[in-house]
Write a protein that binds this ligand. Structure first.
Ligand SMILES: Nc1ncnc2c1ncn2[C@@H]1O[C@H](COP(=O)(O)OP(=O)(O)OP(=O)(O)O)[C@@H](O)[C@H]1O
Length: 263
């Protein structure tokens, strides 16, 4: 079953995107859409450009070619106040959770509220507590990042990314460094937030279990192909893809070229 409403519209459009560093291409001709309310996964092996794509989507890198539309706006073309207004409408959680070590979890979630809203201190505290409650951390509001587990840090990172109620959340490798049980709990949380709040998630991951558990749709990038090699429902790709590299990924086998090299 999918969380995407029938006729769901696109909140992200990537058209013919090329990424290059020092003239060297990471990928070319990447095009896809993310629909409102879905959990969209960017997957692929190490070094294929998943994080690079994510960074383009949130405006950290300008496209070498092509165009990225976020909530109807060409992110690379925006400047100043218009750019800040758009960035305020997207939340990002980096791999580590990236919490400020000297602040409590509640204090961490108040940071974007202080920066971007005129809410008084009591209201900020209430919002921060509500966000922590949404990710199952209501009782940990007063703890410091050093006093919590890796899984809790990821949840707190999601709560902070949600502080300003963004319609789109970008998550960079949310399962990295987590044991399988904690990772499954985080997957369940992501699905629940997408379902209950209608938030759109764009998730970078190479964790097969997570991809199958949370992904409504996905794209797969490939380093050798320097681009996209698959798009669609991850379960269908697992069961039906004719591409040997895609099949190998979903079967946890070495890609065909490396199998040959090892023989
Ligand atoms: N700022 C940068 N400058 C130069 N090269 C970069 C930069 N960022 C990434 N690259 C290169 O781009 C390629 C893709 O890297 P990227 O981190 O996007 O891959 P990834 O799919 O996210 O990998 P992983 O799963 O290992 O994190 C790599 O060859 C990397 O060295």
């Amino acid at each position: 079953m999918t969380a995407v409403p029938a006729g769901g519209d696109a909140v992200v459009r990537v058209e013919n995107l090329a990424a290059r560093f020092g003239g060297r291409p990471v990928f070319e001709r990447v095009s896809f859409e993310v629909r409102r309310g879905e959990v969209f996964v960017i997957l692929g092996g190490s070094g294929c450009g998943k994080s690079t794509l994510l960074k383009h989507m949130i405006g950290l890198y300008p496209p070498a070619e092509g165009r990225i539309e976020i909530l109807g706006e060409d992110i690379a073309a925006l400047e100043g106040a218009a750019r800040r207004a758009l960035l305020r409408r997207i939340g990002v959680m980096w791999q580590s959770g990236a919490l400020f070590g000297s602040s409590t979890l509640e204090g961490n979630i108040e940071v974007p509220l202080e920066e971007h809203t005129g809410l008084p201190a009591e209201a900020r505290a209430l919002v921060a507590k509500a966000k922590l409650g949404m990710v199952g951390l209501a009782d940990a509001a007063g703890r410091l990042p050093a006093e919590i587990s890796g899984g809790m840090a990821k949840r707190a990172g999601i709560a902070r990314a949600m502080a300003l109620d963004p319609p789109i959340l970008f998550l960079d490798e949310p399962s990295a460094g987590l044991d399988p049980v904690t990772s499954a709990g985080l997957d369940a949380l992501i699905k629940q937030l997408a379902r209950d709040l209608g938030t759109t998630f764009v998730v970078v991951t190479h964790e097969l279990q997570s991809i199958l558990a949370i992904g409504d749709r996905c794209i797969m990038l490939d380093k050798a192909a320097r681009g996209m090699i698959a798009e669609g429902d991850p379960r269908r790709l697992r069961d039906e893809s004719a591409d040997p590299v895609v099949r190998a990924f979903f079967r946890r086998e070495a890609p065909p070229d490396r199998q040959g090299a090892a023989a």
